[in-house]
Design a protein around this ligand. Structure first.
Ligand code: ATP
Length: 406
């Protein structure tokens, strides 16, 4: 059977993955076999999300009625019902549902009624609390088919420490990254000297390490020194896979979807208040603004080096009329030339303009020419892919260390 759970946490605490990990252990104690624990991230632009729009799925061998009862009991015990935005959902199905619903949930928006309709048709055991919105994520989790997958080991705190400052040895995190990158990523941000994998929110997660496989995340995890953890779970995930991106065309983008779009830089990049960089890109008569916000740090230097005429692919979510850049490919660079008055070949002095469209004249010897001094300005930006740093990376965004997009 597949058990899907979502929407159990609030900004004040809890985490659906923790509930999933606790449930997995209880199922094992009941002699059920947990074949896979899966963590799926869904559309990052859903406004109801608490943090990273995660839902979980457990693939379990055992009695579905018993498992459903246990999952519901854990939700009742652990979910933060006090929060208006916490609307849990639990689903148990005997086989994976049609992946179309998952695809829509990760790339687009879904309605609660659509999830309920699918669950009724599949004869699923399900329960939704309060407005039942969690049924969307829970249904998406049990319908997920992962074309590409990564791993994350989530190390959870002992319950007595929830809400207190976390103790994870910084140097050991940098050492873990150095020893296992590029097979693990986003443990730390070496360029910006920041720890990325330890949350600052009051949830049960102590730290999480993302990587290509259980073997690699485990190898990195073993190098991390920290307070005594309560529980650990390796999740199969769609994180770092670009599962949210769809190919889009400028002029036909929908609010809240995440795209890969081609365009030509239409104007010089502008840096606004707060250090946010904006860039217009065009496709025919249509244009769209791309944003590299201040938290994207050094990535903004790349965007600032683009010039009108450069051909790019921009990747990111389309929100309020702008694409929030996650990564970008410089496909072809426009040639940048500067035009200056020419130098007189006889006097070796720079000539002066003889009036608009009238060419240039040497003040000393009176020689004239119509040919300006044209110089190619060397570009400092190479073609290729560029990405935001680990501190600014979204869960679903595929890091370039996993291989360049096609
Ligand atoms: P949690 O750890 O509790 O899962 P979270 O940050 O992952 O926290 P949720 O609290 O789950 O966010 O809130 C997201 C809500 O949005 C859930 O109710 C989920 O069912 C719903 N949801 C997820 N994806 C979509 C979508 N594509 N369209 C509409 N609703 C969605």
């Amino acid at each position: 059977m597949l058990i899907g759970i979502d929407d159990t946490d609030s900004p004040e605490g809890m985490c659906t993955t923790y509930l999933g990990a606790v449930l997995a252990r209880s199922l094992i104690r009941e002699h059920m076999q947990v074949r896979e624990a899966r963590l799926v991230r869904l559309n990052p632009n859903v406004t109801f999300k608490t943090r990273g729009n995660a839902a979980v799925m457990l693939d379990v061998e055992g009695d579905p009625d018993r498992a459903f009862g246990m999952a519901c009991a854990f939700v009742e015990e652990l979910a933060d019902f006090s929060c208006a935005n916490t609307n849990p959902g639990v689903v148990v199905v005997d086989r994976q549902l049609n992946p179309t619903f998952y695809e829509r949930a990760v790339k687009d928006f879904c309605e609660i009624e659509d999830a309920v309709h699918i669950l009724d048709r599949a004869g699923a055991r399900y329960r939704g609390w309060k407005n039942r919105r969690g049924l969307i994520g829970a249904t998406a989790a049990v319908s997920s088919r992962l074309e590409d997958r990564t791993s994350e080991i989530l190390v959870y705190r002992e319950p007595g420490r929830f809400g207190t400052p976390r103790s994870v040895d910084r140097a050991s995190l940098f050492a873990a990254e150095a020893a296992t990158f590029p097979h693990t990523w986003d443990t730390v941000d070496r360029v910006n000297d920041v720890v990325v994998c330890v949350p600052h929110t009051p949830d049960p997660v102590l730290f999480g390490i993302r990587g290509e496989s259980p073997k690699w995340v485990m190898a990195a995890r073993k190098l991390v020194a920290s307070e005594q953890p309560g529980l650990e779970q390796i999740w199969v995930t769609n994180q770092g896979t670009d599962a949210h991106l769809v190919d889009g065309t400028i002029g036909a983008l929908s609010e809240g979807l995440s795209y890969r779009v081609r365009g030509i830089v239409g104007g010089a990049p502008e840096t606004g208040t707060g250090g946010h960089v904006s860039l217009l890109i065009r496709d025919g008569d249509h244009e769209v603004r791309c944003m590299a916000y201040e938290p994207t740090k050094n990535f903004r230097q790349i965007v600032r080096r683009l010039v009108p005429g450069d051909a790019v692919i921009a990747c990111g979510s389309y929100k309020k009329g702008s694409i929030n850049l996650e990564k970008m490919r410089v496909i072809a660079r426009a040639s940048t030339i500067s035009t200056r008055p020419p130098v007189c070949t006889a006097c070796n002095k720079r000539m002066t303009s003889d009036g608009k469209a009238k060419g240039w004249k040497c003040k000393k010897c009176g020689a004239r020419t119509d040919a300006p001094d044209v110089q190619e300005i060397p570009r400092t930006l190479e073609t290729g892919w560029y990405e935001v740093p680990p501190t600014a990376r979204r869960h679903l965004a595929k890091p370039l260390c996993r291989g360049l997009p096609e």
